[in-house]
Write a protein that binds this ligand. Structure first.
Ligand SMILES: [Zn+2]
Length: 248
C-alpha cells in the first residue's frame, strides 16, 4: 500500500469509526411522540453529525376520536405528518412497525420486530418514551407507551443475544450488542441534560406543528419552547431536553 493509499485508508477507517459512534435509533409508539418529547435533542444531535433514524410502533390510526377520521384515513395522514416532522429536524429515515394503535401488546412479536430493526440499524444509542405508570405529575401514562418502552429496553438485549430469536439469523441479521445506553424521554426523573440551541428548539416547534391533524390548535411553541426552557434552567442552559439514561 502506498503512502497515499495508507492515508486514504486511514481516513476511510476514521470516517467509519466516526459513523459508528453516532448512530441513534429513536423508537416510540406513535406519530408525534418524538415531537411531544425530544425533537429538539434530535435536531441538536443531527447538527453535531449524528445519524438519527425514527421507528414508530404504529401509524396512530386510532388517534382521532370522530367518525370523520376512520383509521385508514388517520393512518395515512399521520404517517405523512410524521415524515414531514422528521424532515424538519433532518431525519430522513422513518419506518413503522404497524402494530395496532391503542392495543400494542408487550410480547415476543413486538420484541422480535424491534430486535430485527436494532440488528439492521446497529445503533449505539436508543431513545424511547417514558414507560412508567405515570407521565407528568399525576397523569396515567398510555398503555401503548408502557408496553412499547419496556419492549424497546428488552429488545435491546434480545438484539445482542444469538439464540433468543434465532429466526433473525436466517434473515441474515447477526446479533448487535453495540447499544450502550437507552435514553428515556419525558420521565419525571433525569440523569442527562442535553443542551439544545435556539435553532433546534425552533425546528422542534415546527416539527410539532406538522402534526396538525392531531394537535389541532395546541400551542406548539409554548409546549416545546417553554418546556425546553424549564428543563434547561437548573443546568443554567437557555434550553435543554432531559432524559433518564439506562446503561446496558
Ligand atoms: Zn404516544
Amino acid at each position: 500500500m502506498s503512502c497515499c493509499d495508507a492515508w486514504l485508508e486511514s481516513r476511510r477507517q476514521g470516517q467509519a469509526v466516526a459513523e459508528e459512534r453516532h448512530r441513534i435509533l429513536v423508537a416510540m409508539a406513535h406519530p408525534g411522540d418524538v415531537e411531544y418529547s425530544c425533537a429538539a435533542a434530535v435536531a441538536q444531535w443531527i447538527s453535531e453529525g449524528c445519524d438519527v433514524r425514527y421507528l414508530l410502533g404504529t401509524r396512530g390510526e386510532a388517534g382521532m376520536d370522530t367518525p370523520e377520521w376512520p383509521p385508514e384515513r388517520t393512518a395515512r395522514t399521520r404517517e405523512v405528518e410524521q415524515r414531514c416532522a422528521a424532515d424538519i429536524v433532518g431525519v430522513n429515515r422513518v419506518e413503522f412497525l404497524n402494530h395496532s394503535d391503542g392495543r400494542i401488546l408487550y410480547g415476543e412479536s413486538l420484541r422480535r420486530d424491534l430486535a430485527r430493526v436494532i440488528r439492521r440499524v446497529r445503533p449505539h444509542r436508543i431513545v424511547t418514551l417514558n414507560y412508567d405508570l405515570n407521565i407528568g405529575a399525576r397523569h396515567m401514562n398510555q398503555a401503548d407507551h408502557r408496553a412499547f418502552g419496556l419492549a424497546v429496553l428488552d429488545a435491546t438485549r434480545d438484539a445482542a443475544a444469538r439464540w433468543i430469536f434465532p429466526e433473525l439469523l436466517n434473515e441474515g441479521l447477526e446479533p448487535w450488542g453495540g447499544v450502550k445506553e437507552v435514553y428515556v424521554a419525558a420521565t419525571a426523573d433525569r440523569d442527562m441534560v442535553v443542551e439544545v440551541s435556539g435553532e433546534c428548539v425552533d425546528r422542534a416547534v415546527q416539527a410539532l406543528r406538522t402534526h396538525e391533524s392531531y394537535i389541532g390548535d395546541l400551542d406548539a411553541d409554548g409546549q416545546v419552547r417553554t418546556r425546553a426552557r424549564e428543563m434547561g434552567r437548573e443546568a443554567c442552559y437557555e434550553y435543554a431536553v432531559n432524559f433518564r439514561v439506562i446503561e446496558l
